[in-house]
Design a protein around this ligand. Structure first.
Ligand SMILES: [Zn+2]
Length: 240
């Protein structure tokens, strides 16, 4: 007697196997997410340290006479507060802010004690790891769009300004341009060793999880159906 007359056991087993596979993929995705977060942390430390170094060089040495006998103008001004400052004290923050009549913000000035030179303080700009992560995903989607556009390019024979004589030539030229024309040239290496599944899961569940990110989600989805794109991205599927 057939113990699985309607194939129920078989189907159940197949479902279980699929579920198990999904769970295993999710574990891999989580591992790769950790790798990407560690890369973002490393990038953050690197750019933060560089910015601190530039800040040091900029604020502690007079650009005019190279003296290191420098102090913060704000400290000096605070000492003579009743005198010449045309800013006002904010009721809310208690801090002094300059006004906008072309005067330098007193908070942002260094003064050289040797030659009297004054110059603006270095403005620290750096992105946090989460922003760095987001930026790389953004770059990846732009790259995907670039590749897609290049691979689908055709020439317009009626356009007198068309610089290419065949669509093949145009595609090749556009593809060659891509790696050098993007601002963050380390985008593809940055995703090295990361799988398609991980990029997709992280992008959808973490990077662009909110509804206003639907544009990016759609772009990612669109690009996903193109196997050649994945090749250019150098991404691999998780094999379980
Ligand atoms: Zn000086």
């Amino acid at each position: 007697m057939n113990m699985d007359l309607f194939g129920i056991k078989k189907r159940k087993a197949a479902l279980e196997a699929a579920k198990l596979r999904e769970e295993k993929i999710l574990i891999k995705v989580k591992e790769e997410y950790k790798i990407l977060k560690a890369r973002a942390d490393a990038k953050y430390s690197e750019s933060y340290n560089n910015a601190r170094q530039r800040q040091n060089d900029h604020d502690n040495k007079c650009p005019k006479c190279s003296s290191t006998n420098v102090n913060d103008r704000i400290q000096r001004l605070q000492g003579e507060f009743s005198g010449s400052i045309s800013g006002s004290r904010s009721l809310f923050s208690g801090s002094l802010y300059g006004h906008s009549s072309g005067k330098i913000d007193t908070n942002e000035v260094n003064k050289c004690n040797d030659c009297g030179n004054e110059w603006k303080k270095y403005e620290m700009h750096h992105s946090y790891p989460s922003e760095i992560l987001e930026m790389y995903f953004q770059q990846l989607v732009w790259l995907m769009e670039g590749y897609k556009e290049a691979l689908e390019a055709t020439i317009d024979k009626n356009d007198l300004d068309e610089p290419y004589s065949s669509s093949e030539e145009k595609r090749k030229a556009l593809l060659d341009k891509i790696p050098v024309s993007y601002r963050y040239k380390d985008t593809l290496p940055w995703f090295e060793g990361i799988s398609i599944e991980a990029v997709k899961e992280i992008a959808l569940k973490e990077i662009w999880k909110d509804s206003y990110d639907s544009y990016h989600r759609d772009k990612l989805d669109e690009a996903w159906d193109e196997p050649f794109l994945i090749n250019y991205m150098n991404l691999k599927h998780i094999v379980i």
